[in-house]
Design a protein around this ligand. Sequence first.
Ligand code: ZN
Length: 393
Amino acid sequence: MAAAAAAAAAAVVPTPPGVDRRRPRRGGSMEAGRERLQDDGVRTLTSAEQTKVEDIVQEVFDVYKTNHHDSQFLLHRDKHFHYLKRGLRQLTDAYECLDASRPWLCYWILHSLELLEEPIPESVASDVCQFLSRCQSPSGGFGGGPGQHPHLAPTYAAVNALCIIGTEEAYSVINREKLLEYLYSLKQPDGSFIMHIGGEVDVRMAMEEAVAVTPVVALEDYCSDTVGYPVGYHSNTYWVTSRQMRFEGGFQGRCNKLVDGCYSFWQAGLLPLLHRALHAKGDPALSMTHWMFDQQALQEYILLCCQCPAGGLLDKPGKSRDFYHTCYCLSGLSIAQHFGSGELLHEVVLGVPENRLQPTHPVYNISPDKVVQAVMHFLKKPVPCPKEESAAN
Ligand SMILES: [Zn+2]
């Protein structure tokens, strides 16, 4: 969208102090600033698909405008809650293919529930703890299910799920010493990580894992040489702000892809991190009330195009709901609603006040309170002393 492009451009063009050129300026209505794809008369498979999606989204917007004269965007909280609650106990056959991702399912559901401020009954929480402890390998990492090989991705999901539960029982599931040993066993001499023993280096996930388990294993040294690489903040900002779709308002995964609800977190979640990094560098053009994307347009996309009427959220109109998209659509919605941290907070909640979700921590993607709670809990414990010599063997 024009605002996103303007925001992105402003990120690389020097801006006079005090002039906020990065703040999205799309305006306050559903009409303002929306731009359809211009294919310059060259129709390709990609442009045809994009036009098709824009037509469907246009239809959704039109139906909404016909039925609602005064905009009252509504998050169907109860429907989503029931869908999630059911999923914690029983899954349909469609989830059979995710048998190696069961800690992920726990995390997606628990995080969605915490965003909706729905408490998890004690007995359910305890059952999840016991289930995840069965997924933990004697070598310290977590597998995708009981008896499966440990892998960094479900390890991240399991640790997050346990920190969301946040009880003594949950924390005690994590064998920190073994977990640390396991992480060292995956670390390569160049600072990268393999995802599992015998696996390939995967920069995207390995970075995330290393950061995500840091509060649990209390390891500043461990991560400092992996996350300290210089980052091109401005080019990153340009790239990510350009991923917000000019017509739909949601985000795409990369150039020439279609909008997808889950990128509401994968892309928009990067902007709080970039904001903080640019702020730390003393950038005078940064807004102190808004992230560098159109927060309202993203909320419109999620609320109008990504909600399944029966509960749960989805990629785009016409797709099926699932727990993964429910988690990341809600996470993105939360990022779009809450600017800032600490004393600098500014909320932009589209629609009725009841649409407000809990804030989420952009690094860990669990509630900031739960991050603090976990850090405080593990700080009281002695730091594990792993056998580092096993690294990269
Ligand atoms: Zn998706």
